[in-house]
Design a binder for this molecule. Structure first.
Ligand SMILES: [Zn+2]
Length: 253
């Protein structure tokens, strides 16, 4: 009797497991282990070249390069993904023929989510309804991270459709701030920041504003002795909650 019931239960269990596995696949697009691509170029915060594909990040819209925090978004995407092998979860194509995809970083993090957390991206809610992405944007807004520290942030989709005649008076403060920022350089794995041309920059050379380098915990190099203080007029750094604060990242790339 016992043996007979076991014989019945085992196939039932196996069937249930198969169904659970299939349900899981239906919810999440499959992450093909072969869908690994090396990121060779970052055009801006939400556009990059992976393998032969031009990828537009799914679910987020970063400020344009001409907008405040547009360069910060590009710096963060470069820092996290450039020259790295990433996984793509392809979601479709956009009107320009670019591959719409989620980019999964080597440490398993989702690039779109990291941009939202840092306050250098908007949840692209017109195209993607995602409560998870909406929540990350809301948290960044509440903590005034990145672009959410601005008095009146302009959504990139609004900026792209702005009337062409520019009004130079519309963003006077940021322009002034950025002009006075000092650019320093960091390496991918080092813990110090450097002047341009330092011998420690031979492997990689990532530009950052001095303010951001200090905010991210980099120390001044003892060899090239880069400047230690941002120029006067720049505001304080660090939100103090232990997370990366990218506000003010502007370096020339
Ligand atoms: Zn140095």
């Amino acid at each position: 009797m016992k043996r007979k019931s076991l014989l019945l239960i085992v196939p039932l269990l196996a069937g249930a497991l198969v169904i659970i596995a299939l349900l899981g696949q239906a919810q999440e697009p499959r992450l093909d282990p072969d869908a690994v691509y090396e990121v060779s170029w970052v055009a801006d915060g939400d556009t990059l070249t992976a393998g032969k594909l031009t990828v537009r990040l799914w679910g987020v819209d970063c400020p344009e390069l001409a907008q405040p925090y547009g360069r910060a978004a590009k710096v963060l995407t470069s820092y996290l993904a450039e020259d790295k092998k990433v996984w793509l979860r392809v979601r479709g194509q956009d009107k320009k023929g670019r591959t719409l995809a989620e980019v999964i970083l080597p440490d398993g993090k989702n690039l779109s989510e990291e941009l939202l957390k840092a306050g250098v991206a908007w949840h692209y809610r017109a195209y993607v309804k995602s409560s998870a992405l909406a929540k990350l944007e809301k948290e960044a807004r509440q903590k005034k991270r990145g672009l959410w520290s601005l008095a009146a942030p302009v959504a990139p989709w609004v900026f792209r459709h702005r009337p062409k005649p520019s009004k130079p008076a519309s963003q006077p403060r940021l322009g002034a701030d950025h002009q006075h920022e000092i650019t320093v350089y960091v390496t991918k794995r080092g813990q110090c920041y450097h002047r341009a041309g330092c011998s420690h920059l031979s492997k990689s050379c990532i530009p950052l504003s001095l303010k951001s380098a200090k905010g991210l915990g980099y120390r001044p190099c003892s060899v090239c002795k880069p400047p230690r203080r941002p120029t006067k007029g720049t505001s304080g750094i660090g939100v103090g909650d232990g997370s990366t604060n990218w506000s003010g990242v502007s370096g020339r790339i």
